[in-house]
Design a protein around this ligand. Structure first.
Ligand code: B12
Length: 211
């Protein structure tokens, strides 16, 4: 496989990128491999953004493009999926924070990996998080955090999960630009990463072990 699809994503060539997705699928390329190339393209966009080469607008356009490519891939990936989901994951950006690009990438990767994902959205109050966890009964809860102001609401949510007796029944993962191992320890999460693919690998490992 060439890097043509990733190149189109990095260059924000929408028509060419989507045509390339179709071309690869028609040519019998594994849809998971196509998705992985899209993810690699996004990672490269992220790198260019960090280097100051790309602006916010480029980041937002590429995120839209990733979403469109994932929508084309979805029916093909659905056929590969097990009848039973691998497990349930609840995702949220906690109160005080409205960033969701990274969370949405993680959600797509988890869905195509066979997880049932419940996205609670952004600016989620700790009380709402707990209520949804009680209702859904997830195996894993993931917080996406891009603003230090959401640290307190994340911490509070964990305290409420503990008080409700729900914390021991799930794994808590955190990710997003401002998270660090220290933040993970602060809110007593189980896992932290700055890479959505690593987050998916952790979820597979955790649920694979208990399957
Ligand atoms: C895009 C962006 C915005 C967009 C958000 C659009 C959207 N729909 O998300 C807009 C313009 C709305 C915005 C607003 C603001 N922003 Co802003 N924003 C950014 C920016 C430029 C990029 C973030 C991003 O999307 N990165 C790309 C994604 C793909 O990366 P990611 O989120 O890290 O996700 C990856 C991994 O971390 C991982 N991941 C993410 N979440 C999770 C979760 C789990 C569980 C796992 C396993 C993995 C995982 O998966 C992804 C792919 O691998 C950053 C700067 C930066 N360099 O990060 C500032 C930044 C986050 N913003 C910042 C600020 C201050 C704000 C504002 C307060 C600005 C203002 N003064 O109004 C507001 C926030 C309002 C609010 N209440 O939230 C600061 C935060 C500072 C801080 N330490 O708290 C930053 C760091 C900029 C800066 N250097 O000052 N922002």
């Amino acid at each position: 496989m060439t890097d043509q699809l990733a190149d189109h994503i990095v260059s924000l060539r929408r028509e060419e990128a989507l045509a390339e997705v179709h071309r690869q699928l028609d040519g019998g390329v594994d849809p998971l491999a196509v998705l992985e190339e899209c993810r690699q393209g996004m990672t490269r966009v992220g790198g260019l953004f960090q280097e100051g080469e790309y602006y916010l607008s480029e980041l937002l356009i590429s995120a839209e493009l990733f979403k469109e490519a994932a929508a084309i891939l979805e029916p093909h990936l659905a056929r590969l999926r097990r009848a039973e989901p691998l497990g349930k994951v609840v995702l949220a950006t906690m109160q005080g924070d409205i960033h969701d690009l990274g969370k949405n990438i993680l959600m797509t990767l988890l869905q195509v990996s066979g997880f049932e994902v419940h996205d609670l959205g952004v600016n989620v109050a700790p009380e709402d998080l707990v209520e949804q966890v009680r209702r859904i009964g997830p195996d894993i809860v993931g917080f996406s955090s891009l603003l230090t102001t959401s640290f307190q609401s994340s911490k509070r949510a964990v305290e409420l999960l503990c008080e409700a007796g729900l914390r021991d029944q799930l794994k808590l993962i955190v990710g997003g630009g401002v998270t660090t191992p220290a933040f993970k320890d602060y809110i007593q999460a189980d896992f932290q990463t700055l890479d959505a693919a690593e987050g998916v690998a952790y979820c597979v490992e955790v649920l694979g072990a208990s399957a």
